[in-house]
Design a protein around this ligand. Structure first.
Ligand code: GLC
Length: 640
């Protein structure tokens, strides 16, 4: 531990709040935050990038593993359009590595408001970091390699969350399972198709009128028995919890929150009224420790019924509209009424209405009681999902004896100690499969090890081939969940023609679980990465530096997912000689030794490419019907 102080320097600007991101108190250094130059007038940190510098990190963001050439803004946003022109997604993980292949350094910006990372966007060789409110703990990290920087950073921010073993199985989710019968049917049809399933997720429809910690008694009669019935089949039910609490007289969570002052209030002291799925809601003030403790304990309603997994959603917090802003928009509309508007006024009119959701002004309307300090929301915006998840994670220690699966949509560094993340509302696009591939190592750097995307795509209609290729990549992501939006084409694996291939793939996941868990645990315990870019291990290999669609998974294998439609193979770069396995199922695969260099490798739609590194081994279990029945002791090994 003592060593860590020699590797990390902290520079303090303004009066930073204790965000909870770090677990080690680093004394403040004086002077310039070298190699950055600090401009006090503009509050900007600037570093001139060398031609060879690559920039890694930032966790859940758009674009590539090398973040160079774009501007990213940490400002947790409920925006389902994860296009490459976006700057913000749901997460803020402000850790960067700058690496020229020989020398490198890291930087962590602990500031929970909006922070912009301009990585060669405004000026191709200049990296600038600028916070909207410069109350910042700015950490500069020294190290000899990107992997060492990751480990030092992760010691600073604390150990990553370790989920229960069964959470490494396969999960089926869909927005639109409305009744216990719907869920029974999913379980039944998976069984009929002989495809294992370990978790079925319950989206907002299980609740009574979208009220947190309620279960609709007509659609889910005798809920406790239903949870048990599913468990007997080896299936864990995983309900969603949303951040907003419905405003409704007689609803205990609402009434207790109001009575105790646990909701976020405006300047005049009245609680903010926003609208999300339940209709009008108040937002619990998760930053107030008392409110957090109160909300966390509410999960007991469900843990007492046998539930042992949750996903926390809408916790940026997403706002469809606020009552205040809606009124302003209606007033604005009045001005257009009866007018003969020209095309520019038409655009203004349009903008007025579309300004309702997730409006920056709304995030300035309410306040938190953050450990006794009144703070305007926008200054701590990116902490909201973190503190919701922390509230749940801390409560679980008190309210249940079980290990609990927990992940969230919004996040900030520090939340990785309490839960994982899923990457939100992607699309059923091939480009989003590729985005998922590129995001995983970045998430791993920042400590969000238990993570994954909505497999098959959330929005828009998927196709069988996209689903299959996505499952083939998802086999290696710790969170392995098929999820889709209401109104899209059904995408449970039994819906497709090639059920047998899907069965083989899910069984292959089960076979891989011991390898995944061994390496995942190792990454948690030693503050390392479970999924890595090639360049982090093959230092000095110029080609490996640029590979963005092949990844190292654990200590022994490299994967090269096929991510293009109608492709029956792909080019693969091997930094060294490896043993290639082409899996069709856990016990049906070809083996071939390939020399270092470039290869075109065939991989039919149902085939998965895995490469074993020299001197390493892949251990496989014999698949079982579900995770509970998986024998993790008797493994077969494929060595090279
Ligand atoms: C949000 C979530 C999505 C969920 C939906 C309904 O869009 O990101 O996963 O299905 O809300 O709850």
């Amino acid at each position: 531990m003592s060593d860590i102080y020699s590797k990390i320097k902290k520079y303090v600007y303004g009066s930073p709040l204790k965000t909870g991101a770090v677990v080690i108190d680093v004394p403040a250094s004086e002077g310039e935050p070298k190699p950055f130059e600090y401009d006090a007038a503009g509050g900007t940190f600037t570093y001139t990038m060398k031609d060879r510098d690559m920039v890694f990190g930032l966790g859940e963001t758009v674009r590539g593993i090398n973040k160079r050439g774009w501007r990213y803004t940490s400002n947790n946003s409920d925006d389902p359009h994860h296009e490459e022109t976006k700057e913000s997604l749901y997460a803020s993980q402000n850790f960067l590595i700058i690496d020229d292949g020989a020398k490198c350094f890291g930087v962590f910006v602990d500031n929970p408001g909006t922070v912009t990372f301009d990585i060669g966007y405004t000026s191709a060789s200049v990296l600038t970091i600028k916070a909207q409110y410069n109350d910042t703990d700015f950490y500069v990290i020294d190290g000899d390699s990107p992997l060492e920087l990751v480990t030092t950073f992760r010691k600073l921010v604390g150990k990553s969350y370790m989920p229960p073993v069964w959470a490494f199985g396969y999960g089926q989710s869909r927005w639109g399972y409305k009744t216990a019968e719907d869920i029974r049917e999913v379980a039944r049809r998976y069984k009929e198709a002989d495809i294992p399933v370990d978790m079925i997720y319950m989206d907002i429809d299980y609740m009574q009128d979208f009220k947190d910690f309620t279960v609709n008694p007509e659609r889910f009669p005798d809920f406790e028995n239903f949870v048990q019935e599913m468990k007997e089949q080896g299936i864990h039910l995983i309900p969603i919890i949303d951040a907003g609490v419905k405003i409704e007289d007689g609803y205990d969570v609402y009434e207790e929150g109001v009575k105790n002052g646990f909701f976020c209030a405006k300047e005049d002291g009245t609680n903010l009224v926003a609208a999300v799925w339940p209709g009008k809601v108040h937002f619990p003030d998760f930053l107030n420790p008392k409110a957090a403790e109160w909300f966390g304990r509410k999960y007991k309603v469900l843990t007492d019924a046998g539930i042992d997994g949750f996903w926390n959603d809408m916790n940026e917090p997403a706002i469809f509209y606020t009552e205040d802003h809606l009124k302003e928009v209606f007033d604005g509309i009045e001005e257009f009424k009866g007018k003969d508007i020209d095309i520019w006024e038409y655009f203004k009119f349009n903008d007025l209405v579309s300004s309702l959701s997730n409006n920056a002004e709304d995030y300035r309307r309410f306040y938190h009681n953050f450990n006794g300090v009144k703070v305007r929301h926008d200054k701590v915006h990116n902490l909201y999902g973190f503190y919701m998840t922390k509230a749940a994670g801390e409560a679980f220690k008190e309210i249940t004896d079980n290990d609990v699966l927990l992940f969230s949509r919004a996040s900030y560094t520090g939340m990785h100690r309490y839960g994982g993340v899923w990457t939100g509302d992607n699309f059923a696009w091939w480009s989003h499969l590729l985005l998922n591939i590129k995001m995983m190592p970045s998430l791993n750097m920042t400590g969000f090890l238990y993570s994954g995307a909505d497999i098959g795509g959330f929005n828009a209609n998927t196709t069988e081939d996209l689903m299959m290729r996505w499952v083939e990549f998802g086999l290696f992501t710790p969170l392995f969940r098929n999820h889709s939006a209401l109104g899209t084409r059904d995408q449970e694996l039994y819906r497709f023609e090639r059920k047998k291939d899907f069965k083989n793939l899910i069984e292959l996941r089960h076979a891989l679980v011991p390898y995944i868990i061994r390496n995942f645990r190792d990454a948690v315990e030693n503050d390392t990465m479970y999924i890595k870019p090639l360049s982090f291990e093959y230092r000095g290999d110029e080609r490996a530096r640029e590979v963005e669609d092949q990844l190292l998974v654990g200590d022994s294998i490299m994967i090269a997912p096929v991510h293009e439609q109608n492709a029956n193979g792909r080019y693969v770069y091997l930094p060294e000689k490896m043993k290639m396995l082409r899996f069709r199922s856990y016990n049906d695969y070809d083996e071939e030794i390939l020399e270092a260099g470039d290869h075109y490798v065939p991989a039919k739609l149902n085939e998965v490419l895995v490469f074993i590194r020299p001197g390493r081994k892949l251990e496989l279990a014999k698949p079982a019907r579900c995770m509970r029945d998986l024998d993790m002791e008797h493994l077969t090994e494929i060595a090279f």
